[in-house]
Write a protein of this length. Structure first.
Length: 166
Protein backbone atom coordinates (compact mmCIF):
# COMPACT_ATOMS: atom_id res chain seq x y z
CA UNK A 1 0.00 0.00 0.00
CA UNK A 2 2.90 2.26 0.58
CA UNK A 3 3.93 1.79 -3.05
CA UNK A 4 0.51 2.89 -4.29
CA UNK A 5 0.61 6.01 -2.17
CA UNK A 6 4.04 6.90 -3.42
CA UNK A 7 2.98 6.43 -7.05
CA UNK A 8 -0.08 8.61 -6.60
CA UNK A 9 2.00 11.38 -5.11
CA UNK A 10 4.40 11.33 -8.05
CA UNK A 11 1.69 11.00 -10.71
CA UNK A 12 -0.23 14.04 -9.57
CA UNK A 13 2.56 16.59 -10.15
CA UNK A 14 3.22 15.24 -13.66
CA UNK A 15 -0.43 15.60 -14.62
CA UNK A 16 -0.56 19.19 -13.37
CA UNK A 17 2.63 20.25 -15.11
CA UNK A 18 1.46 18.81 -18.41
CA UNK A 19 -1.68 20.99 -18.32
CA UNK A 20 0.22 24.04 -17.09
CA UNK A 21 2.69 24.00 -20.01
CA UNK A 22 0.57 26.14 -22.34
CA UNK A 23 -1.13 25.87 -25.71
CA UNK A 24 -0.54 23.17 -28.27
CA UNK A 25 0.82 23.95 -31.71
CA UNK A 26 -2.59 23.27 -33.25
CA UNK A 27 -4.25 25.79 -30.92
CA UNK A 28 -1.64 28.45 -31.75
CA UNK A 29 -2.00 27.85 -35.48
CA UNK A 30 -5.79 28.11 -35.22
CA UNK A 31 -5.55 31.46 -33.41
CA UNK A 32 -3.01 32.81 -35.92
CA UNK A 33 -5.21 31.73 -38.82
CA UNK A 34 -8.23 33.49 -37.33
CA UNK A 35 -6.21 36.68 -36.76
CA UNK A 36 -4.83 36.60 -40.31
CA UNK A 37 -8.27 36.12 -41.84
CA UNK A 38 -9.85 38.90 -39.80
CA UNK A 39 -6.95 41.25 -40.62
CA UNK A 40 -7.33 40.51 -44.33
CA UNK A 41 -11.08 41.13 -44.14
CA UNK A 42 -10.51 44.51 -42.50
CA UNK A 43 -7.94 45.53 -45.12
CA UNK A 44 -10.26 44.55 -47.95
CA UNK A 45 -13.11 46.68 -46.60
CA UNK A 46 -11.04 49.84 -46.14
CA UNK A 47 -11.18 52.15 -49.16
CA UNK A 48 -7.81 52.95 -50.63
CA UNK A 49 -6.50 56.50 -51.11
CA UNK A 50 -7.53 56.57 -54.75
CA UNK A 51 -11.12 55.62 -53.96
CA UNK A 52 -11.49 58.24 -51.23
CA UNK A 53 -9.93 60.93 -53.43
CA UNK A 54 -12.19 59.94 -56.32
CA UNK A 55 -15.23 60.05 -54.02
CA UNK A 56 -14.36 63.56 -52.80
CA UNK A 57 -13.69 64.85 -56.32
CA UNK A 58 -17.02 63.39 -57.52
CA UNK A 59 -18.80 65.00 -54.57
CA UNK A 60 -17.21 68.38 -55.38
CA UNK A 61 -18.12 68.03 -59.07
CA UNK A 62 -21.76 67.29 -58.18
CA UNK A 63 -21.77 70.23 -55.76
CA UNK A 64 -20.47 72.54 -58.49
CA UNK A 65 -23.18 71.25 -60.85
CA UNK A 66 -25.88 71.94 -58.25
CA UNK A 67 -24.49 75.45 -57.73
CA UNK A 68 -24.62 76.10 -61.49
CA UNK A 69 -28.22 74.87 -61.62
CA UNK A 70 -29.11 77.11 -58.67
CA UNK A 71 -27.63 80.14 -60.46
CA UNK A 72 -29.73 79.45 -63.55
CA UNK A 73 -32.97 78.62 -61.70
CA UNK A 74 -32.77 81.50 -59.23
CA UNK A 75 -31.46 84.01 -61.80
CA UNK A 76 -28.72 85.18 -59.45
CA UNK A 77 -24.96 84.85 -59.17
CA UNK A 78 -23.86 81.85 -57.12
CA UNK A 79 -20.34 81.11 -55.92
CA UNK A 80 -18.65 77.96 -54.62
CA UNK A 81 -15.79 78.75 -52.27
CA UNK A 82 -13.24 76.03 -51.48
CA UNK A 83 -10.64 76.27 -48.73
CA UNK A 84 -8.35 73.98 -46.74
CA UNK A 85 -11.21 72.62 -44.59
CA UNK A 86 -13.93 72.19 -47.22
CA UNK A 87 -16.30 74.13 -49.45
CA UNK A 88 -19.64 75.93 -49.45
CA UNK A 89 -22.07 77.72 -51.77
CA UNK A 90 -22.87 81.40 -51.39
CA UNK A 91 -25.16 83.79 -53.24
CA UNK A 92 -25.00 87.53 -53.59
CA UNK A 93 -27.68 89.39 -51.65
CA UNK A 94 -27.64 93.20 -51.79
CA UNK A 95 -23.91 93.32 -52.42
CA UNK A 96 -23.01 90.81 -49.68
CA UNK A 97 -22.22 87.12 -50.03
CA UNK A 98 -24.50 84.91 -47.95
CA UNK A 99 -24.12 81.12 -47.54
CA UNK A 100 -26.89 78.94 -48.91
CA UNK A 101 -28.12 76.66 -46.14
CA UNK A 102 -30.57 74.42 -48.01
CA UNK A 103 -29.71 70.73 -47.72
CA UNK A 104 -27.91 70.29 -51.07
CA UNK A 105 -25.86 73.43 -50.42
CA UNK A 106 -24.71 72.89 -46.84
CA UNK A 107 -21.02 73.42 -46.24
CA UNK A 108 -19.00 70.24 -46.81
CA UNK A 109 -15.68 69.10 -45.36
CA UNK A 110 -12.97 67.23 -47.23
CA UNK A 111 -12.56 63.52 -46.48
CA UNK A 112 -9.84 62.70 -43.95
CA UNK A 113 -6.49 63.00 -45.69
CA UNK A 114 -7.81 64.90 -48.74
CA UNK A 115 -6.34 68.35 -49.17
CA UNK A 116 -6.98 71.21 -51.55
CA UNK A 117 -3.94 72.28 -53.57
CA UNK A 118 -4.08 76.06 -53.54
CA UNK A 119 -1.92 78.35 -55.65
CA UNK A 120 0.83 80.02 -53.65
CA UNK A 121 -0.45 82.96 -51.65
CA UNK A 122 -4.15 82.05 -51.95
CA UNK A 123 -6.23 81.02 -48.94
CA UNK A 124 -9.19 79.77 -51.00
CA UNK A 125 -10.52 79.22 -54.51
CA UNK A 126 -13.87 80.31 -55.85
CA UNK A 127 -15.98 79.38 -58.84
CA UNK A 128 -18.65 81.98 -59.59
CA UNK A 129 -21.62 81.13 -61.84
CA UNK A 130 -23.63 83.96 -63.37
CA UNK A 131 -27.42 83.65 -63.86
CA UNK A 132 -26.87 82.00 -67.27
CA UNK A 133 -24.64 79.30 -65.73
CA UNK A 134 -21.47 80.68 -67.32
CA UNK A 135 -18.21 81.06 -65.39
CA UNK A 136 -14.56 81.75 -65.91
CA UNK A 137 -12.80 78.42 -66.49
CA UNK A 138 -11.38 77.06 -63.25
CA UNK A 139 -9.54 74.01 -62.08
CA UNK A 140 -9.60 72.71 -58.52
CA UNK A 141 -6.80 70.29 -57.60
CA UNK A 142 -7.19 67.81 -54.75
CA UNK A 143 -4.54 65.49 -53.35
CA UNK A 144 -4.33 62.56 -51.00
CA UNK A 145 -0.92 61.10 -50.35
CA UNK A 146 0.84 60.89 -53.72
CA UNK A 147 -2.42 60.83 -55.71
CA UNK A 148 -4.05 63.87 -57.29
CA UNK A 149 -7.38 64.63 -58.92
CA UNK A 150 -8.48 67.73 -60.79
CA UNK A 151 -12.05 69.01 -61.02
CA UNK A 152 -12.35 71.37 -63.99
CA UNK A 153 -15.17 73.80 -64.70
CA UNK A 154 -15.43 74.96 -68.33
CA UNK A 155 -16.64 78.42 -69.36
CA UNK A 156 -20.12 77.02 -70.07
CA UNK A 157 -20.29 75.61 -66.52
CA UNK A 158 -19.75 71.97 -67.45
CA UNK A 159 -17.80 70.07 -64.80
CA UNK A 160 -15.33 67.23 -65.44
CA UNK A 161 -12.95 65.16 -63.32
CA UNK A 162 -9.43 64.07 -64.20
CA UNK A 163 -7.95 61.71 -61.63
CA UNK A 164 -5.21 60.34 -63.86
CA UNK A 165 -2.59 62.70 -62.38
CA UNK A 166 -0.43 60.85 -59.86
Amino acid sequence: MAATTRMTRHAAPCARSRHARGFTLIELLAVLTILALSGAAILLTLPDEGARLRQDSERLAAYLGHARDEAILSLRTVEVVAGPRGYQVRHEDHGRWQPLTDKPFRARSWEDGVRLLLPRGQAQLSVRFDPTGMTEPRSVALAMGARQARVTVAADGQVSIDDSAH
